[in-house]
Ligand binder design. Structure first.
Ligand SMILES: NC(=O)c1ccc[n+]([C@@H]2O[C@H](COP(=O)([O-])OP(=O)(O)OC[C@H]3O[C@@H](n4cnc5c(N)ncnc54)[C@H](OP(=O)(O)O)[C@@H]3O)[C@@H](O)[C@H]2O)c1
Length: 341
């Protein structure tokens, strides 16, 4: 029976990939986790088709034994567990080299947009650029393979980059709307987002998982062909209006100043402010995604409106990520005047 290794398999993205693999294939799944006794790990075990391997992506021995007998690997590393661009970059290269040495047939690197490059060097976004730096290294190795007659072509034929986007599910967690008085005087839910008049690129977790399984299952058309996915691109006003139209609950968007993010999110303030400045100034979906082509490939791809209707979510806060980064501040001294009382 074929075995797929999922790095980050106890997490928000990885656990959906595991579920999609189990639903769509006869594969068994192996998940590397630092804590096999966590609730997320036990939920995976309960499926009866997931094996847990205790270990850490920062540790060479863990990574090598994780790759043993894996034919396929889906890899979503977690920037926030180290908070270091260099650490995530090193983890990515270590995972890739171990997979190449183990002869892994299909490896998907889950990436994010290369903000510093797309903005001409103006706007580094640490937790985006660290994943993208690994994707860039994959590209360099493919170029090197083209020049070397002795190359095994592994990065060219056995690696694919899936560039994802923020989850709709963020609205259930760090960006959950809060009850308050709306700017028009009604009581309702306030979507306080540092988006200015920019557009938020978004996708459902289950659709990221769909694209991952599709890539694995259609490798000949796909191998070494990278894909950047998203499902929607919405301004703050569109997010609130869509939510109100579908749920019937009054809602409004209130922009959070980037300075409130910088000062209100601890060590991650500058990283998250840079990410939202990137969304404010760079139309990610308009410039880096082909939504009609993605919908042709995956007709079930959910828009935000369809995701609201499908999930029935009405604004309640839920646990989404295993180790969520700090929430975007609703009120801070610098942001208070932008928010309703
Ligand atoms: N939020 C979004 O909208 C979004 C969108 C796209 C990409 N991302 C990226 O996704 C990453 C986080 O993944 P997530 O959203 O699935 O978060 P999550 O639910 O907190 O999951 C984190 C996962 O990483 C694993 N992990 C962390 N450090 C590890 C280590 N040293 N060794 C082995 N496993 C480790 C955890 O496993 P154990 O705890 O079981 O060891 C867990 O499975 C971040 O880099 C983020 O930038 C987020």
């Amino acid at each position: 029976m074929r075995e797929v290794l999922v790095i980050g398999g106890t997490g928000a993205m990885g656990s959906r990939v595991v579920a999609a693999l189990l639903a769509a294939t006869g594969d068994t799944v192996r998940v590397l986790t630092r804590d096999p006794s966590s609730r997320a790990a036990e939920a995976l075990l309960a499926t009866g088709r997931v094996r847990l391997l205790q270990g850490d992506v920062g540790d060479d021995t863990s990574v090598r034994s994780a790759m043993e007998s894996a034919e396929r690997v889906f890899c979503n590393t977690d920037f926030f567990s180290s908070g270091s661009v260099q650490a995530e970059h090193d983890q990515g290269l270590r995972l890739l080299e171990a997979a190449r040495e183990a002869g892994v047939d299909r490896f998907i690197w889950s990436s994010l947009d290369h903000a510093v490059s797309l903005t001409g060097g103006r706007l580094p976004v640490p937790h985006y650029d660290s994943k993208a730096s690994v994707a860039a290294a994959i590209g360099l190795r493919r170029a090197d393979e083209m020049m070397r007659k002795d190359s095994d072509g592994w990065y060219t034929n056995h690696v694919s980059v899936l560039t994802t986007a923020p989850y709709f599910e963020n609205f259930q967690a760090g960006l959950a709307p809060r009850p308050g008085t709306l700017p028009d005087g009604r009581e309702g839910l306030v979507f306080a987002i540092p988006l200015g008049s920019g557009s938020y690129p978004l996708i459902a977790l289950d659709d990221i998982a769909w694209f991952a399984v599709h890539a694995f299952e259609n490798w000949q058309a796909w191998g070494a062909r990278d894909l950047a996915v998203a499902a929607d691109s919405l301004t703050g006003d569109q997010i609130a209006a869509t939510f109100e139209r579908v749920t019937g609950r009054a809602a409004a968007y209130v922009p959070v100043p980037l300075d409130a993010v910088r000062s209100g999110m601890g060590d991650l303030g500058h990283d998250f402010a840079a990410m939202f400045e990137f969304f404010q100034t760079h139309d990610v979906v308009g410039r880096e995604r082909d939504l009609p082509a993605l919908r042709a490939l995956h007709p079930g791809l959910l828009s935000f409106e369809a995701w609201l209707r499908t999930t029935g979510w009405c604004g309640a806060e839920e646990v989404v990520q295993k180790s969520p980064p700090a929430a975007v501040p609703a009120v801070s001294r610098s942001g208070a005047d932008a928010l309703p009382s």
